[in-house]
Design a binder for this molecule. Structure first.
Ligand code: NDP
Ligand code: HSE
Length: 439
């Protein structure tokens, strides 16, 4: 039976998982492939460290270069993380004519254009299923399963840490800071949670999904990105009272006048399937013009789910090698000549309903001053809730609006913030009325 040589660079959480999956599922993998996968080299920093799987010590090296140069390695699996070294390894592998599998969304969102361009030029495959949604096969779905569709929109919960924190705040209450600390203690949030809670990790993943969906290259800098750090217990509670849940959403839409790509906390109706995605789970809702709504759900991270995606990429490439074909499906699912330069519309131009929370002095006439500013900006108020009573003191005042243009809304809020009856910077959360199964 033909053997295909693998070289891993990175032997941490995902690297260990890949070795485990390849060992534990050896039989079924062989039955499906008809060829044998053999790990020839694994590069890491510390060869002496005890790992969760046993490997032949001769396979281990501290030199990634050895993996890249090994003539027996046909597929290089980059599982190091970060961008600069990872870029060197991935580009180095492609230059050597090797196929690449990576789980690295930070790398692809920053250097994807270069990586995919070079891979196309060299006629090698690049698999990146694990870069978005961990074990969920969303990349394959966009590239192949839904390729007959014009993709109109993608809405996803694609960061488990942020979803875990928002779920805990929704179900148990508690301040963002306290829930985050507890999540770190339990191992659900990293010691440095910046990328996860500030929406940066979600933006990395959205850049990949939106590029594939619309056949363009979405630059990270064009994605409006806002994290969950300002969401309070009260917002989460009021969202529930208004019939919504707050989720950190990745949203991409392709409309006649351009593409929308944004990441921010969003209120979605409790009837929408995404609102039921709890804890560290991920889900991606895709709307295709032929298929309608499709929702994929599963574990977005972790050793074995992520390894499941990495090994599926390895198997895909191994099948191509065995059949003597490469680059059968272009990396983003569109042939190079068809890739378009689409403009991402600045967030200023979106039109959605808003939830707004003010801290306002509790006395007659305050609401009319605030609503007067909205009226002057042609923003229509849908509902008003005052929480509590504190005559002469500050109370939370919550207003929801009908659809309003973000630019107008921000201008109005800047004016309102200057009113002497408003005591703090207002908070606003966008509402997506993506109700029902086909929303
Ligand atoms: P880890 O930090 O657990 O592992 C990184 C590995 O890279 C370690 O084995 C480390 O070696 C090795 N390494 C670092 N620098 C070098 C170098 N210069 N040369 C050779 N080896 C090096 O990361 P993860 O496994 O968690 O993540 C890997 C990738 O997968 C990242 O891109 C991540 O974003 C992505 N990913 C991770 C998920 C997860 O659940 N963990 C989910 C989805 C994607 P040593 O062990 O000796 O220190
Ligand atoms: N840090 C990510 C998350 C996992 O919390 O979802 C890797 O993509």
């Amino acid at each position: 039976m033909e053997r295909i040589g693998l070289g891993l660079i990175g032997f941490g959480t995902v690297g260990t998982g890949v070795v485990k999956v390849l060992e534990e599922n050896r039989d079924v993998i062989k039955e499906r492939l008809g060829v044998e996968l053999s790990i020839r080299r694994i590069a890491c920093r510390d060869r002496t460290r005890k790992r969760a799987v046993e490997v032949n010590p001769d396979v281990l090296t501290t030199s990634a270069e050895e993996v890249l140069k090994d003539p027996g390695v046909s597929i290089v699996v980059e599982l190091v993380g970060g961008t600069e070294r990872a870029r060197e390894f991935v580009i180095g592998a492609i230059e050597e004519g090797k196929h690449v599998v990576t789980a690295n969304k930070a790398l692809l969102s920053e250097y994807g254009r270069e990586v995919f361009g070079l891979a196309t030029e060299k006629g090698v495959d690049v698999g990146f299923e694990a870069s978005v949604g961990g074990g969920i096969p969303v990349i394959k779905a966009l590239k192949e399963g839904l390729c007959a569709n014009r993709i109109e929109g993608i809405t996803g919960i694609i960061n488990g840490t942020a979803n875990y924190i928002l779920t805990r705040m929704t179900e148990e209450g508690g301040r963002f800071e306290d829930v985050l600390k507890d999540a770190q203690k339990k191992g659900y949030a990293e010691a440095d949670p910046t990328y996860d809670v500030e929406g940066i990790d979600t933006a990395h993943k959205l850049a990949i999904l939106a590029s594939m969906a619309f056949g363009t290259w979405i630059e990270l800098d064009d994605i409006y990105t806002e994290g969950i750090g300002r969401i309070t217990e009260l917002d989460v509670k009021l969202a529930g009272e208004l019939g919504y849940r707050i989720k950190l959403l990745a949203i991409a839409k392709c409309e006649r006048d351009g593409v929308e790509a944004r990441v921010h906390p969003t209120m979605i109706p409790t009837g929408h399937p995404l609102s039921t995605v709890r804890g560290v789970y991920n889900a991606v809702h895709i709307y295709g013009n032929a298929v309608g709504s499709v929702m994929l759900y599963g574990r977005g991270a972790g050793m074995m789910p992520t390894a499941s995606a990495v090994v599926s990429d390895i198997m895909d490439i191994a099948r191509n090698i065995a059949k003597g074909v490469t680059a059968r499906v272009p990396p983003l699912g569109y042939i190079q000549q068809s890739m378009k330069e689409l403009k991402v519309r600045p967030v200023d131009y979106i039109e959605v309903p808003y939830y707004l929370r003010f801290s306002a002095i509790d006395r007659p006439g305050v609401l009319s001053r605030i609503s007067g500013v909205f009226g002057a900006h042609n923003i229509s108020i849908a509902s008003v809730i005052q929480k509590g009573r504190d005559i002469g003191g500050a109370v939370p005042l919550v207003i929801t609006t009908h659809h309003a243009r973000e630019k107008e809304l921000r201008t109005a809020l800047q004016e309102i913030e200057k009113l002497d009856v408003v005591t703090a910077e207002p908070l606003y959360i966008r509402i997506e009325e993506c109700g029902g199964e086909d929303g």
